[in-house]
Design a protein around this ligand. Structure first.
Ligand SMILES: [Zn+2]
Length: 597
């Protein structure tokens, strides 16, 4: 990465004083102490008593529970945000470690509350839920209680929780350590795994090929151990599911994601049935690169030799205008992020890589963290994170519990904001070649989020199912299932020779089984709302903003209803794919017109 080029973002730093003055601010320790003593008082008052509370008393308890968490969350957000901008500062690291420990202690004090709520008899719970006083907490209470059919007795739950440390969590950590230790020997030089993978973005095909061979060689030594870890995680999941009574390997994940096995299967089916989009795109890309057929290591190759850079001020104008075009309210909110120093923009020494938005910071406003370099991706990342920021800003009045969204709807506003910005970027570009590059980048992002994640879910499904039905898998079996599920997606469009062991560096398979489909779910959900906005125009503005204002206070199906979408209808998934296909049509047309490839 060349960071020598100036973008004008170099001095764009956030102002954290809306939270605390500094890491030494005495208010920080006062807040943490207050949260701790309030948690102890909460436990004294309510432990063993939850079943006896009437609706009004329960509301008071939930509100106090939320208040304690809000106070603590503010403090720990500050620590994380402060640390993210300079990870080499040991004072900042120490504050994060200190507050993480305090947080675990506070959490342990409060854990009983959800357990006792889940333990309420159905009749008693329904009577409470029917009480008008609890209306605001309906969804929150139902979310806590949805685990009820799968909970074990208290002593059993205690053993399960304690044994995680030496079971699941231990295997997960071992896997992380194994991955972290992988070194790649590229052209006689030893480099880190991430650095080797970054060579796949090089315009030099020969380098991409050598890097991929080097990665394959580096994945070889620990393959048997990593295979063993995945086998163990799979059997651990199957034991948990059997004891708790979950129907399939992914049912527990779906429950946590506020969705159902049927809805997720409908998503998977819709995406799998449209794998042709992926094949068409990679066939086009091979043509544009002048290749007979892509190898798996060509998928990330750049189409343009010297990509355009966008200065910070230009990106700001583009993104603010894109949001303002949608509605003056959203434009005004997004402008505040720039005007009031809620964004930390440039890459700096010691700063954490990547980008994120601290969406629900109680009592304040969201903060956006970037490493802005001015390339196309970082402009869209700015729009993405500001979408999260808009969502958090609009939902903030609901309070922490009701504003927080599950994974499945967390990406709604971010994907939508990216789509708005991309459309504007494309509209401002007349040059056919540059239009084609923009579209290709957009399609590749969509393939990575929608299709790659579903193909990985098919691999996970095959592994877990095999482990349950047939027993332990050999390394060869893993390769066979990986290549099989990848080939289902690529067809003949991509040569996957040499790709067999590349499943084994993806941490999600181990750390959060079943996780990956949520990317596809969230992206297609947002794109189908965007598609509806494109078709119906301004009449969608207020319903969409109401959906954002509702945060996580309703289940995804009810949020979808607010914008006239039906989550039980599989069309919701195909309409997002239609939007992608329209972009692909245009890219093909541009390539043909320009006689490219
Ligand atoms: Zn996001």
């Amino acid at each position: 990465m060349t960071t020598t080029e100036l973008t004008g973002a170099e001095d764009v730093a956030w102002n954290l004083s809306d939270l605390y003055e500094s890491g030494d601010d005495p208010r920080l320790e006062t807040d943490v102490d207050e949260a701790e003593s309030a948690a102890a008082a909460f436990r004294n008052r309510y432990h063993g008593e939850v079943a006896g509370l009437d609706a009004a008393a329960l509301v008071a308890a939930i509100e106090e529970r939320e208040r304690i968490e809000s106070v603590f969350t503010r403090a720990i957000y500050y620590a994380h945000l402060w640390f993210a901008t300079d990870m080499t500062d040991s004072q900042r690291g120490a504050l994060v470690a200190h507050l993480t420990e305090k947080g675990a202690a506070v959490e342990t004090q409060l854990l009983f509350f959800s357990l006792e709520l889940a333990d309420l008899g159905d009749e008693a719970a329904e009577a409470l839920l029917a009480d008008a006083a609890l209306e605001r907490w309906q969804h929150w209470l139902r979310s806590v209680r949805k685990y009820r059919p799968y909970l074990l007795s208290e002593p059993e739950e205690k053993i399960m929780t304690e044994k995680v440390v030496s079971g699941f969590a231990a295997w997960d950590r071992l896997y992380d350590e194994l991955l972290g230790a992988i070194k790649v020997d590229l052209d006689g030089e030893e480099i880190g795994f991430e650095e080797a993978m970054s060579k796949l973005y090089s315009p030099d095909r020969d380098l991409r090929g050598r890097a991929s061979e080097a990665v394959t060689a580096a994945l070889e030594p620990g393959a048997r151990t990593r295979t063993y870890v995945f086998n163990t995680i799979a059997v651990d999941r199957s034991i948990d599911d059997r004891l708790r009574g979950h129907e399939t390997w992914i049912s527990a994940r779906n429950l946590a994601n506020d969705t159902t096995d049927e809805a997720v299967q409908a998503l998977i089916d819709a995406v799998v049935s449209r794998y042709d989009v992926v094949r068409r795109y990679y066939t086009l890309k091979a043509r544009l690169l002048g290749l007979e057929r892509l190898s798996f290591y060509d998928r990330m190759a750049p189409l343009a030799e010297d990509p355009e850079q966008m200065a910070w001020d230009e990106a700001r104008e583009l993104v603010v205008n894109a949001f303002a075009d949608f509605s003056s309210e959203t434009g005004g909110i997004v402008e505040r992020f720039f005007g009031e120093a809620w964004i930390d923009a440039p890459p700096r020494d010691g700063k954490r890589p990547g980008a994120f938005c601290a969406t629900n910071v109680p009592g304040v406003h969201p903060y956006v963290f970037l490493n802005y370099t001015g390339d196309r991706r970082s402009v869209l990342t700015l729009a993405h994170e500001l979408g999260h920021g808009l969502h958090g800003y609009l939902a903030a009045p609901l309070g922490l519990f009701n504003a927080s969204t599950p994974l499945t709807t967390a990406e709604t506003a971010s994907v939508f904001g990216e789509a708005l910005t991309f459309k504007r970027l494309l509209a401002e570009e007349d040059d056919p070649k540059r239009r084609l590059n923009l579209l290709a980048g957009r399609i590749e992002d969509s393939i990575a989020t929608i299709y790659r994640q579903v193909a990985m879910n098919r691999f996970e499904d095959a592994v877990h199912t095999w482990r349950r039905d047939e027993g332990e898998l050999s390394p060869e079996k893993f390769e066979e299932l990986w290549l099989g599920t990848q080939a289902d997606m690529f067809g003949d469009s991509v040569d996957i020779g040499g790709y067999g062991s590349w499943w084994s560096y993806i941490p999600h398979f181990i750390g959060t089984p079943g996780y990956v489909y949520a990317y596809s779910y969230g992206c297609l959900f947002a794109l189908s709302i965007f598609r509806k906005y494109e078709l119906e125009g301004d009449s969608m503005v207020e319903p969409y903003l109401d959906l954002l204002r509702a945060g996580g206070s309703k289940p995804p199906a009810e949020l979808a209803e607010m914008v006239g979408l039906d989550l039980t209808n599989p069309d919701i998934w195909s309409s997002g794919i239609d939007a992608l296909e329209a972009e692909l049509d245009e890219a093909e047309a541009l390539a043909n017109e320009a006689g490219l490839g």
